[in-house]
Design a protein around this ligand. Structure first.
Ligand SMILES: Cc1cc2nc3c(=O)[nH]c(=O)nc-3n(C[C@H](O)[C@H](O)[C@H](O)COP(=O)(O)OP(=O)(O)OC[C@H]3O[C@@H](n4cnc5c(N)ncnc54)[C@H](O)[C@@H]3O)c2cc1C
Length: 467
């Protein structure tokens, strides 16, 4: 921890490494972190301002990341990637969010989620292998398109999407209410109901869809948060795609989600929220140590109230960072350091066991960033509203954490229900029958109402049986 954090040729103007959990990083990862901080200083932070001003997708930042090899961060070395692990993924997103551009960090989160979903099932799939090998060379940005306009934040329930087998391939239809990098990504992992769908919404499949196969209207995106990330609606309009665009076997959607999409999204988005919280503290340190009140001869940082704000923000944020890095280490341990060859056996799904922990990680990070961004704004006073300070971008971007699916309302309910009633009670696809509720409602009925209901149910059952 003795190394001095530099910002170009000067020592960094925010918090030094004494407040970073550097011990979770290998020497190689500390080197990558330094490279990323340099890239943020020279390029990405400035581009974030331009993205905001011009409502511009951060393509330039992705080009810089690709040039330095970061689009293939977790891709195995045999496929030309860095072969890095979960800890490196969390470190990279946190670093980009903190020192560079939080919108780029969000887009990079979705990219890593898509890369993970592709790596999980690339072993016998030439289309996925081709993309994975060219990520950096051709700057191929990926993303995840899951959320459905009819089911909102229940992104695991794609009622407006479908897929069907056609000669030589699949006909894929997807309506997504939100897709980060929508219209700008070069490739998408989309989730639909399976080609053999028969009403069971847990039967999901994933497809690889290319940039020229989607319809999006990025010009209309003007979200409150993460401005540059272009997260508007997206449509795949009954596109016929070749056989090898199916990611994994038919019906692999739920496994893919539990093993890769959710773990990587929760890990990296939490890293993004933690990075934003640290960025706010960095700016607050820089501002409050300079601003003076001439009447009392004190700087803003000399007030104990401000010291308390900063102290609490560091303590809470570092608790979230350590929780996230601890889960990254647990997933590294469970996967032989993020070795994708273990998934040649389709039944090997070691990350999925940690989902309830990852829910807790995301809840804590998104809750913390919402609080810290408020407190750092308070610490900087009205000046925090001025774009020059750079707080407003982080404040706005940080607020997206709570509402991004799985939302914090959903997550705390998942965790509480799991603890009190067991995992089956979560009933993602609305299949479990709540006998207690039925008994209770029937109890309130008159004999006549019971008879009417029984007749209605019998006729419905007879109709179903006749089908
Ligand atoms: C900036 C941004 C980028 C995004 N990028 C992507 C992306 O790349 N890909 C993607 O697939 N999606 C993406 N999303 C979508 C996101 O994951 C959610 O699906 C979306 O934010 C939900 O918004 P909604 O208006 O549909 O909320 P709703 O689902 O209508 O929720 C409204 C409220 O109801 C609450 N609620 C919902 N269900 C329950 C429940 N069971 N119990 C208690 N409360 C509940 C919610 O928590 C929320 O408070 C993005 C969203 C944002 C804001």
């Amino acid at each position: 921890m003795s190394e001095i954090k530099m910002w170009g040729k000067e020592p960094f103007w925010g918090l030094g490494h004494q407040f970073d959990p550097q011990w979770v990083l290998s020497d190689a990862q500390k080197g990558l972190q330094k490279d990323l901080i340099d890239l943020c200083q020279s390029t990405m932070r400035e581009n974030a301002v331009e993205s905001d001003k011009k409502l511009l997708y951060p393509r330039k930042n992705f080009q810089a990341l690709a040039k330095a090899g970061f689009l293939a961060l977790i891709v195995p070395k045999e496929l030309g990637g860095m072969g890095q692990n979960h800890v490196a993924a969390a470190m990279a997103v946190e670093t980009i969010a903190r020192y560079g551009c939080p919108s780029t960090a969000m887009c990079y989160t979705m990219h890593l989620g898509a890369v993970a979903a592709a790596l999980l099932r690339h072993h016998d799939n030439p289309a996925l292998q081709d993309i994975l090998k060219r990520l950096d060379q051709d700057c191929l940005v990926g993303t995840l398109s899951y959320s459905d306009p009819e089911t909102g934040s229940h992104f695991w329930y794609p009622v407006s999407s479908s897929a069907k087998k056609v000669p030589g391939g699949w006909q894929v239809s997807k309506k997504a209410s939100w897709t980060t990098s929508g219209g700008f990504a070069d490739w998408y992992i989309v989730q639909t109901t399976s080609p053999d769908f028969n009403g069971d919404y847990s039967n999901l499949s994933c497809f690889l869809i290319l940039g020229n196969e989607v319809e999006a209207d990025p010009a209309s995106w003007d979200g409150l948060g993460l401005r540059g990330n272009q997260s508007g609606p997206l449509v795949v309009n009954n596109r016929i795609v070749p056989e090898d665009r199916l990611v994994g076997p038919v019906g692999d959607g739920a496994s893919s989600n539990d093993e890769c999409v959710d773990p990587f999204f929760l890990l990296c988005s939490s890293a993004c929220w933690n990075g934003i919280a640290m960025a706010m503290i960095d700016i607050a340190k820089s501002h409050t140590t300079k601003k003076k009140h001439v009447d009392v001869g004190l700087r803003v940082c000399d007030y104990p109230t401000i010291q308390d704000y900063v102290g609490e923000a560091i303590i809470d944020t570092n608790a979230c960072r350590l929780m996230n890095f601890s889960m990254a280490q647990a997933m590294d341990a469970a996967t032989n350091d993020c070795d994708w060859s273990i998934h040649k056996d389709l039944t090997v799904l070691p990350r999925a066991q940690y989902l309830p922990w990852m829910w807790q990680v995301k809840f804590a990070a998104a809750k913390n960033v919402a609080h810290v961004t408020d407190k750092m704004l308070h610490a900087c006073g009205g000046t925090g509203y001025k774009p020059g300070l750079g707080l407003e971008r982080y404040l706005r971007d940080g607020k997206a954490g709570w509402v991004m699916g799985p939302t914090n309302e959903v997550l705390r309910q998942f965790v509480g229900k799991y603890a009190l009633l067991g995992m089956d009670s979560l009933d993602y696809w609305n299949q479990a029958i709540n006998e207690r509720a039925i008994q209770n409602e029937v109890k309130k009925m008159t004999p006549e109402q019971k008879k009417d209901l029984a007749e209605k149910l019998l006729s419905e059952a007879a109709g179903k049986a006749a089908q």
